[in-house]
Design a protein. Structure first.
Length: 109
């Protein structure tokens, strides 16, 4: 029993170390994306939401999303980004729809 536990513990530790290397790369990429997103002046009157939606759509296409599943919907001087994740059919589940607002409020400190 102790040998099995030790084997599992060592295996789990190896997997965690392997994942940590990939996670660091992913974490840095996510941080770069967030920095870029935060740089957009999306408060009312700046008209930057369509530009941010386009940036996000480009990233999603690079990640493998199909053009047919990414929609930028113009709304006056802003836009909505609607993305459908089809999945790989391994779970036989329905597609997932991602929706969120991209505008920000102006604040003063």
């Amino acid at each position: 029993m102790k040998k099995n536990f030790l084997f599992l513990l060592l295996t789990f530790g190896y997997v965690c170390i392997s994942c940590a290397q990939t996670t660091e790369v992913d974490r840095n990429r996510a941080l770069d994306i967030y920095r870029n997103i935060i740089a957009f002046q999306t408060a009312a009157g700046h008209n930057k939401v369509p530009e941010m939606a386009s940036y996000l759509a480009t990233l999603l296409k690079q990640a493998g999303f199909n053009d047919n599943d990414i929609h930028i919907l113009p709304v006056n001087d802003t836009a909505a980004l609607v993305v459908k994740y089809q999945g790989d059919n391994s779970s036989r589940g329905k597609p997932i729809l991602f929706l969120a607002h991209m505008d920000a409020s102006t604040t003063s400190i």
